[in-house]
Ligand binder design. Structure first.
Ligand SMILES: [Zn+2]
Length: 287
């Protein structure tokens, strides 16, 4: 290969790489709504929401965290995400199968609960605390996904050249605030494409506890009247987002079991036939 052909090949290769990384197909859109530093935002919700049920399986530096997986599970090429969907929750039909086998995390939490009830009295304080921590860690959390237009920053790319819908992950308190607003707007479907309204959402972090957060949702007004904002042709042409595709994926049970911490976690997980019905309290715990 002559030097010339090498540099030509190199130039072509770099050019190719440049076009690939700049093509919209490979650009990662910022589709998740971000509160940023601001406590208040104006949004336009479009359509109905979806419920996502997730478990936080990652490590936490706060509170009485208990590691249920080895830390290596979150490292390397095949690492697990720290938030996973609950496998007992069907987001499409919005039904939960609490006794299902689809979720190893629910199984672990349920077993911890059953062991507390069965052996509670005979456990030493440390063991009791440990089981309570496992039970708490395994609880699934609901989030409500809304398709929105972010009025302050409607762009989905950093260069601010393309506008589009985003997804707001609302906690239950914000959902309640939005539902209360909806109930108060008699005769207006507040998320409908043609008669919906702009909404000012606000979150307030408690100055005393620093962790308690409250939310409010108010209609944006135009003088004395609520400002209805039918979607424009431009907004109607935004790339659609199917919220169902964003509710998250359940963890693979086999993978979860491979990465599980040994000791108590394994013992609790293996107690799959725990049944407190008719059992007397105070038996000997298997650890
Ligand atoms: Zn679950």
């Amino acid at each position: 290969m002559s030097e010339n052909s090498l540099s030509r090949h190199g130039a072509d290769a770099l050019k190719k790489f440049e076009t690939t990384s700049n093509s919209s197909e490979f650009t990662k859109d910022n589709i998740w709504f971000d509160w940023g530093d601001k406590e208040e935002h104006v949004i336009r919700i479009v359509g109905d929401f979806r419920i996502s049920r997730t478990h936080w399986i990652g490590e936490s530096k706060f509170g009485n965290d208990v590691a249920i997986l080895k830390s290596s599970a979150f490292k390397g090429e095949n690492k697990l995400p720290m938030t996973v969907a609950c496998g007992n929750w069907d987001a499409d039909t919005e039904t939960e199968d609490p006794d299902g086998n689809g979720c190893p995390i629910c199984r672990l939490g349920k077993n911890a609960d059953a062991m507390l009830k069965k052996y509670g009295k005979s456990l030493v304080e440390d063991q009791k605390e440990n089981l309570k921590n496992i039970r708490r860690k395994c609880q699934a959390k609901s989030q409500y996904l809304f398709k929105i237009i972010d009025r302050d920053n409607p762009y989905v790319d950093d260069e601010k050249t393309r506008k589009g819908y985003k997804i707001l992950r609302a906690p239950e308190k914000l959902l309640k605030a939005i539902l209360a607003l909806s109930d108060s707007m008699e005769g207006i479907a507040i998320t409908s494409p043609d008669e919906g309204i702009d909404i000012k959402i606000k979150k307030t972090v408690s100055a005393t506890t620093k962790t308690d957060v409250t939310y409010s949702a108010l209609a944006v007004m135009a003088g004395p009247k609520v400002k209805q904002t039918p979607l424009t042709d431009e907004e109607l042409a935004y790339r659609d987002l199917d919220l169902l595709k964003f509710v998250g994926k359940p963890v693979d049970t086999k993978r979860f079991e491979e990465e599980m911490e040994g000791g108590t976690i394994l013992t609790v997980y293996a107690n799959s036939d725990m049944n407190t019905d008719g059992e007397e309290e105070g038996g000997n715990a298997p650890f």
